[in-house]
Design a protein around this ligand. Sequence first.
Ligand SMILES: [Ca+2]
Ligand SMILES: [Ca+2]
Length: 195
Amino acid sequence: MAPTQVGWHVPVGSGPVVAQVNVANTGSGSLEWTASEPAAWLELNAAAGTAPAQILLTADPSGIADGASVSTQLVVSGPDGQSITVPVTLIVGEAFNAEPMGGLGLFRRGDCNGDSAGDISDAIFALGFLFAGGPASDCPEACDANGDAETDLSDAVYILGALFTGGPPPVAPYPECGPDPEPASSLGCARSTCP
Ligand SMILES: [Ca+2]
Ligand SMILES: [Ca+2]
């Protein structure tokens, strides 16, 4: 299951932010799972299902004070008593000393495959996910190269255009790491390669 932790750092007044946790079955047969978390500020789009699946986590910063850091745990339980715990943290406003966030919430647009480089492999990764059953990105927002809050063929075309035909570069944050300029429509970035 990926990622192993989820976090956001949002400005005061931010709308809800979203991240995605993939539940995969590395064995054979079907794997039933249930998910739970106890925090009022966090919601899941599903509490149970069959792997492979994607759980969308939506964190609502609206009731959290400027400078506050809140944490909870997403627990995903499978058969035979197996369970995986994913720490989830939401930091609001000027709280830079709360705890190290390891770049969570920051991303570099266009780096769809999360290797810190922007090159043709990102377009290949995006096409693989869209059309060839390849893995999903741990940072879907970075795959949204043209910044229209959707990941589709146009993003792969956009990445290739920027590399080879003089097209515009990925929209901000690019080329430096940064936060999502439109957090309300974010596709999420659960695993960042940003420092
Ligand atoms: Ca890359
Ligand atoms: Ca897009």
